[in-house]
Ligand binder design. Sequence first.
Ligand SMILES: Cc1ncc(COP(=O)(O)O)c(C=O)c1O
Length: 466
Amino acid sequence: MATPQITLERVKELVRREQERYEAEHPKSKQMFEEARNNLVGGVPMSWMRIWVGGFPVFVEKAEGVHITDVDGHNYLDLCLGDTGGLCGHAHPRITEAIYEQIKNRGTTTMLPTEDSIWVGKELERRFKLPCWQILMTATDANRMALKAAREYTGRRLILAFNGTYHGSVDETLCVNIMGYLINAPGLMGPIVEDPSVMTRMIEFNDVDALEEALAPQDVACVITEPVLTNVGIIKPEPGYHDALRELTRKYGTLLLIDETHSMCAGPRGVTGEMDLDPDIFVVGKFIAGGYPAAALGFTREISDWMAARQPWHVFFGFGGTLSGNATAVAGIRAALEHALNDDNFKRMIKLATRMEEGLAAVIREHELEWYVARIGCRVEFRFLPQAPRNGAEALFADVPYNAVDLIEEGLTGPLEVLIHLYCANRGILLTPVHEMALVGPTTTEGEVDKYVGVVGELVKELVAG
Ligand SMILES: Cc1ncc(COP(=O)(O)O)c(C=O)c1O
């Protein structure tokens, strides 16, 4: 246990108490889950919905703004926001109106462009500098398409990704480097390829020497990275790292793909805008149309011209799909950029997230916990480590916490995590599964931020009292 004043026995005792309460207070969700197991794999329509704690997820009646009402009548402050998909707030009135208007009066999808796409292309260039865009349905789609384009453009096969990162269900990045051995992850269906090093080279983030060594053979088509890592916890680039990354990728003829699917919570122009980064390829998804399926994929003029000049470029098979760039998604992106992902909202959200960060830090200080709190824009998390890791290996293994056996018992989630999520859920707060990660949305209030910090404070008091 990273913090000696919290014992595993106490954690487990509280988990039992909170689990009993969760089951007793969610009879309808429990019953629906039992019924759903007959026809849905694992009882849910998508596997991540199974990673909520409590043995079954809450079934949603309604989601609006930053609130969710479940079928048992509980109203939650939603700090998960669909793992960023709901960053604009659920059912944002202006985005809903734009999508509804498109579907009702103009048609959902026609395989033809609409005028909105011109506005969207211009706005994406204004924000992220890259001039040429494609619209896809998901960030996974966009990353897959980007890696294919990079391979074809460079004539190279390998993709360089950073250990512990996630870019969607993209085979090239679903690997983990464990002590020098690259293995497919999660390996659910057996290995994707016997030797993943034929498609991927994987190194640690924030290590310039390793980066140069990996790129020097000049066989890497593309480096794919988040500008600030989020999926192994928030890991910030060390000073100068992004400069080195850009310089070395140029030196060795490798393209640089920045994936802002989570990190755009840093502001309306993402970390790319904040840090004035200069990628060749850019991806953003999830919330870009207010949670309606859509992603944007940007290219330099050179790559775009090369794609367009291919004979015939439009039969560039394997990219996107029939519904990519559909009029409804494009209308949704326009409305989200105009009405939700704007300067005013981000200013407000970041101010509140800073308040949350400071509140959690005060709880940690008060009880002398060996935990840290991190924030990027309107995303805040705390972890059970004394300080932030520098890279994926440190993040993945440093806090394989206190009891690996329990981790295996609980699946991906350790007992302390189970407790925190259950404790919050029983007090009307939904936190992002697996992480202690909270997102502030456009309509989150100061009172709601304080409520969350208060609940974490109460839990910690109970924990150390044991
Ligand atoms: C950084 C990053 N890129 C891409 C994706 C894939 O997004 P989607 O699942 O919406 O395709 C994710 C999903 O969590 C992500 O975290």
